[in-house]
Design a protein around this ligand. Structure first.
Ligand code: NZQ
Ligand code: ZN
Length: 389
């Protein structure tokens, strides 16, 4: 295990009815005026926004709103939010939604206290030195942004989807009521499950020995898959929803990566798909992950082999290492199919994907090499896109 620092300051407030505590929680954190950021309609339709604003009114906390944030959030809404936050003099940002809403809130949080262009941080021209505090009411377990140090935004010009990572944007608190996730369409539940699994994969497939971290990572992955199957037949099963929601936070708050070199190639390869074709991030991962596994299994089999046995429950007796790994990868694909997701990029985007365009954009965003479990050249990434077709 490598040396590490683990900082996860988010207070998780978990369970039934907890959204009603948002006003009091904001008050405890010194919120004087709040910018509420939310999405395209689900939070209004379910009555959640009304509950949240009532809770703020009860505490006499004034607020303004930025609504209509879309999946794969874009820079234009961030600029709008920064202007609003400055004009209204807010001292706290509340995100009510999923990764797209939370990431927009995070980008506003760093941009509103910076005299330059917030995009400087996303292209690593400058490092953020301050941020407005952020709170979250989570409505979809997926991105793990409710406890993560990262935010992902797409610049409309050039469709550049890139991220920042800084502890400054870890939310102060995240309110997580699994009941709020029962209105999710099955497709979004499935995409969220795929995404949280991949957040563990990015850390699990590593060359650093770390038995304890691997052991609890495997336990979380197995449980996500078990609960995911339960939800396909009982979408309103509270305990399964609760496990999935908590797993989404554990998958990406850093716990599964402590003391390990992390990879993140699958995510970067996928981000080009969701940037260019505006598909759900989790749906893109269902195509890229098996292709990446297939590719790296030939170069560095150790963890793929372990994954096949310990997570996908492949019985190793009488099989070669290649057979074990192939079976594990096929079982993972079957799992995605069982959730109603495709593992074919062509099917996902509904046409022949432009691999040249994705490679060009990927190289612009990450340089000539990416990943660490198996460092990948752009030719390797091209091969992975082809395997995902
Ligand atoms: O806009 P509304 O109407 O709310 O609909 C949303 C949206 O269409 C819907 N939804 C959310 N909660 C709902 C609901 N529908 C019914 N009932 C509910 N309770 O779900 C759709 C997807 O929402 P979105 O926020 O886009 O999903 P997700 O949480 O998967 O976020 C995806 C974004 O996060 C980024 C992705 O790249 C993508 O842009 N990521 C952010 C990360 C981070 N900050 O740490 C890490 C991830 O790897 C990821 O890259
Ligand atoms: Zn992700």
């Amino acid at each position: 295990m490598d040396n590490f620092k683990f900082y996860s300051p988010t207070k998780f407030i978990f369970g039934k009815g907890t959204q009603k505590e948002v006003g009091k929680t904001l008050s405890n954190y010194g919120a004087v005026k709040v910018l509420i950021v939310y999405g395209g309609g689900s939070a209004e339709k379910s009555g959640l926004i009304q509950q949240v604003t009532e809770s703020l009114n009860n505490e006499k906390i004034p607020y303004c709103t930025l609504k209509g944030i879309k999946p794969n959030p874009t820079d234009d809404r961030v600029y709008e939010g920064i202007s609003l936050a400055i004009e209204e003099g807010v001292n706290f940002i509340l995100a009510v939604g999923g990764g797209s809403v939370i990431d927009t809130a995070k980008a506003i949080a760093v941009g509103a206290v910076y005299s330059g262009d917030f995009w400087d941080f996303f292209v690593h021209k400058e490092n953020p030195m301050a941020a407005l505090p952020i709170g979250v009411v989570l409505t979809i377990p997926a991105a793990g942004s409710e406890g993560s140090a990262s935010a992902v935004i797409t610049k409309i010009e050039g469709l550049q989807k890139v991220s920042i990572g800084t502890d400054l944007i870890r939310p102060r608190f995240a309110i997580m009521n699994p009941e709020l996730t029962m209105t999710l369409p099955d497709f979004q539940t499935a995409c969220g499950i795929t995404d949280m699994l991949c957040h563990i994969f990015e850390r699990y497939f590593s060359n650093t020995p770390a038995q304890l971290v691997n052991a609890y990572s495997e336990a979380i992955m197995r449980d996500i898959m078990d609960q995911a199957v339960t939800l396909t037949v009982q979408p309103d099963n509270y305990d399964a929803r609760a496990d999935i929601m908590w797993a989404g936070a554990l998958a990406h708050n850093g716990l599964c990566g402590v003391g390990k070199e992390e990879d993140w190639a699958t995510h970067r390869i996928e981000h080009e798909v969701s940037a260019i074709y505006d598909v759900a991030h989790g749906a893109g991962l269902a195509c890229i992950e098996p292709a990446w596994l297939k590719f790296v299994s030939k170069k560095n089999p150790d963890m793929v082999w372990r994954f096949a046995i310990n997570v996908m429950s492949v019985s190793p007796a009488g099989k070669t290492a290649d057979e074990i790994m192939d079976e594990g990868i096929e079982l993972l694909k079957d799992f995605y199919h069982g959730l109603g997701l495709t593992t074919s990029l062509r099917e996902l985007v509904g046409k022949e994907p432009d691999i040249d365009a994705m490679i060009k954009s990927l190289e612009r965003n990450v340089g000539p090499l990416l990943g660490s479990y198996v460092p990948l050249t752009m030719d390797d990434c091209r091969e992975i896109y082809k395997l995902a077709l």
